[in-house]
Design a protein around this ligand. Structure first.
Ligand SMILES: *[C@@H]1O[C@H](CO)[C@@H](O)[C@H](O)[C@H]1NC(C)=O
Ligand SMILES: *[C@@H]1O[C@H](CO)[C@@H](O)[C@H](O)[C@H]1NC(C)=O
Ligand SMILES: *[C@@H]1O[C@H](CO)[C@@H](O)[C@H](O)[C@H]1NC(C)=O
Ligand SMILES: *[C@@H]1O[C@H](CO)[C@@H](O)[C@H](O)[C@H]1NC(C)=O
Ligand SMILES: *[C@@H]1O[C@H](CO)[C@@H](O)[C@H](O)[C@H]1NC(C)=O
Ligand SMILES: *[C@@H]1O[C@H](CO)[C@@H](O)[C@H](O)[C@H]1NC(C)=O
Ligand SMILES: *[C@@H]1O[C@H](CO)[C@@H](O)[C@H](O)[C@H]1NC(C)=O
Ligand SMILES: *[C@@H]1O[C@H](CO)[C@@H](O)[C@H](O)[C@H]1NC(C)=O
Ligand SMILES: *[C@@H]1O[C@H](CO)[C@@H](O)[C@H](O)[C@H]1NC(C)=O
Ligand SMILES: [Cu+2]
Length: 572
């Protein structure tokens, strides 16, 4: 079933139209290409850090195959599950307009594809352009089942920056030397403690030069002096936000989450799990070798984390410097929240081409979601290895999300009762000093959603809390992008803070890092009907329950209604 990805071979064009309708053909190339892919999930042995173990892969590759398309194209991906685990795939950053059936999160929009089964995902790209990515959305499979998804401007259009000489995808990942990744959440759930901490981060699959067993295979990018390169950087890490830098080189950030932004320069990036960034690199330094490096930004006091540094090498084609080892960049210290704030505060949306900046001004629905890590008493005789002899949990508005037994989308569409409740609290059920010296408290389990009318304009304030430990939470919304109109530290003040909102050029994103002990206010128009997950992209937090769901009702016209479910939708 092995299938070599080759987009040029798979583009379907109706060549019959060539002779008579040249104009129509141009239209098809630019707007209506369909790319067919087959993704076969299987286990394959990989050696990293001197140890060989089996991991889940797509088509035997790690990281998985890169999807490439032009803006406006359609992709059809047949996913064949030849592994021994359930699987689903998510197209992270693709809006899936009216088609939640292809969005991917298990038990939210579909039942898992079971071993031996297959499912066809359809992705219609409309507004997306730049770098997004795809990953598994089933248990912890995404640790190795992920890859880049590159969307070029339509043929005939150009980037809003000088055409780079070359493009280089850099996928940041996380590696456990001996543990079977698929056992990590199960084992953590047995003890109630932290999931196992990883042994390394990776760049394009390799921990890098600082590990003797990775040194010879370190990802190396060779550049020509004077040229400009486009780095397509994706944080596919499970549990840590990362600082990223290239020694002696200033980076120009031009896009984030598949959305262009106003260019800005920085010596480093802070990129959360779930985010992708397009960055220009000017090869304008002395012709030598430089480290590309990333390590954790971890702000939760007392939380264990992987303290290692992953590297790749930037090497000039003709090396004139005599260096014993490449130069290491200065990365901010692990807990330097100011460095995170300084970086993210520079992001501004960019009015470009047919992409206006349309920040909703009149708000119909205001939501305040407090997000926290919680501790539960033990309910059975299993040992509780979390802090204070309790079990970890996490919540949004004090509800810790529980996967239902069939997906919420099917239950909603087919009106099957008893699967979810529509009473998710629109404000924290108990008001407290969210960022104060709180004692950790327990939470409630539930499968609750907020139902929104079609076209509702929503303001959602994500309020970080200091319950147990405050952390920067990368919150990702499926089916939408949103404008981050404000953010700050401490408790959101509904009287004062809106006065300082940026309604002119706020960042437009699909994953926002909610500041540690702070808040972020996002706005969007609920004009994509479906069932859409909102969750923390730090995997351990999502596993503990930091998820919730929006159901957006159908609009009044055929073109504002959800499409029908596909015939091959897996059942539970
Ligand atoms: C975790 O363990 C508890 C019992 O200790 C069980 O009720 C629950 O279903 C488990 N959750 C998962 C996701 O395995
Ligand atoms: C890199 O930058 C450091 C610090 O600014 C400087 O000391 C060093 O000479 C530079 N190295 C190269 C090869 O440019
Ligand atoms: C490079 O530097 C090393 C150590 O400083 C020296 O031994 C070696 O001769 C140098 N090589 C060249 C080609 O200059
Ligand atoms: C960051 O870590 C350093 C070194 O461990 C510590 O001294 C400092 O208090 C920490 N800062 C914060 C804000 O937690
Ligand atoms: C949790 O355990 C503590 C100490 O064992 C006890 O005081 C408390 O009442 C328990 N809470 C619940 C909700 O059972
Ligand atoms: C919340 O707690 C923090 C930390 O103790 C304190 O500085 C702040 O004043 C408190 N805010 C309110 C509104 O009580
Ligand atoms: C959250 O829910 C738990 C369980 O019902 C309750 O004990 C706790 O007080 C609630 N906390 C808040 C802040 O609402
Ligand atoms: C949605 O709202 C926009 C702006 O108010 C309006 O122009 C549009 O017609 C609405 N769409 C539908 C289908 O109601
Ligand atoms: C795989 O999915 C099926 C269908 O939902 C479910 O019954 C089964 O428990 C799942 N298996 C695992 C290991 O989660
Ligand atoms: Cu989180």
């Amino acid at each position: 079933m092995e299938f070599k990805l080759n987009i040029s071979n798979t583009v379907i064009n109706t060549l019959l139209t060539v002779v008579f309708f040249f104009v129509l053909l141009t239209f098809q190339i630019a707007e209506a290409n369909i790319h067919h892919h087959t993704f076969t999930i299987k286990s394959k042995a990989y050696t990293r850090l001197c140890n060989t173990k089996k991991i889940l892969t797509v088509n035997g590759e790690f990281p998985g195959p890169t999807l490439k398309a032009y803006r406006g194209d359609k992709l059809v991906v047949n996913v064949i599950n030849n592994a021994n685990y359930n699987i689903t795939l998510h197209w992270h950053g693709a809006r899936q307009v009216r088609n939640p059936w292809s969005d991917g999160p298990e038990y939210v929009t579909q039942c898992p594809i079971r071993p031996g089964e297959s499912y066809v995902y359809r992705i219609d790209l409309a507004v997306e352009e730049g770098t997004i990515w795809w990953h598994a959305h089933s248990q912890w499979a995404r640790a190795t089942v992920h890859g880049a998804f590159i969307i070029y401007p339509k043929l005939g259009s150009s980037y809003p920056f000088p055409k780079p000489y070359r493009e280089i995808p850099l996928i940041l990942g996380e590696w456990w030397k001996k543990k079977n990744i698929m056992d990590i959440p199960t084992n953590a759930n047995k003890t109630g403690g932290e999931p196992a901490i990883s042994d390394a981060f990776t760049i394009n699959g390799q921990p890098g030069f600082l590990y003797s067993c990775s040194k010879p295979d370190t990802f190396t990018m060779t550049v020509v002096h004077g040229r400009q390169y486009l780095l397509r950087i994706i944080n596919a890490v499970m549990d840590e936000e990362l600082f990223f830098a290239i020694a002696n080189h200033t980076l120009t950030v031009v896009a984030k989450d598949g959305l262009y932004l106003k260019h800005f320069e920085s010596d480093y990036l802070m990129i959360t799990p779930g985010q992708s960034m397009d960055v220009l690199l000017h090869a304008n330094q002395l012709s030598g070798r430089y480290f590309v490096a990333a390590r954790a930004y971890s702000s939760a006091f007392g939380a264990g984390f992987d303290k290692t540094t992953t590297t790749a090498i930037l090497q000039y084609e003709v090396v004139s410097l005599n260096q014993s080892q490449p130069v290491l960049p200065n990365l901010p210290p692990y807990n330097r929240t100011e460095a995170t704030t300084r970086f993210t505060n520079q992001i501004r949306s960019y009015r470009f081409g047919d992409r206006p900046v349309n920040v909703p001004v009149k708000i119909d629905t205001r939501l305040l979601y407090a997000i926290s890590v919680n501790l539960m008493n033990c309910t059975d005789d299993k040992p509780c290895n979390g802090p204070f002899g309790k079990r970890f949990s996490s919540s949004v508005n004090n509800i810790s999300f529980v996967n239902p037994s069939i997906d919420i989308l099917r239950a909603y569409y087919r009106r099957i009762g008893g699967v979810f409740q529509e009473d998710f609290p629109r404000n924290p059920p108990t008001e407290f000093n969210y960022t104060g010296e709180n004692l950790p408290f327990p939470t409630r389990f539930g499968t609750k959603v907020v139902v929104l009318d079609f076209n509702t304009s929503v303001e959602l304030v994500l309020q970080g809390t200091n319950v147990l430990a405050s952390d920067n939470h990368p919150i990702h919304l499926h089916g939408y992008s949103f404008y981050v109109v404000g953010s700050g530290f401490g408790n959101f003040d509904s009287r004062k803070d809106p006065l300082r909102y940026n309604l002119v050029d706020p960042p437009e994103e699909t994953t926002v890092g909610v500041p540690r002990n702070g808040w972020a206010a996002v706005r969007f128009i609920a004009n994509n009907p479906g069932v859409w997950l909102l969750h923390c992209h730090i995997e351990r937090h999502a596993t503990w329950g930091m998820n919730t769901v929006f159901i957006v009702k159908d609009g009044p016209t055929t073109s504002s209604r959800m499409v029908k479910p596909p015939p091959d939708l897996p059942s539970c």
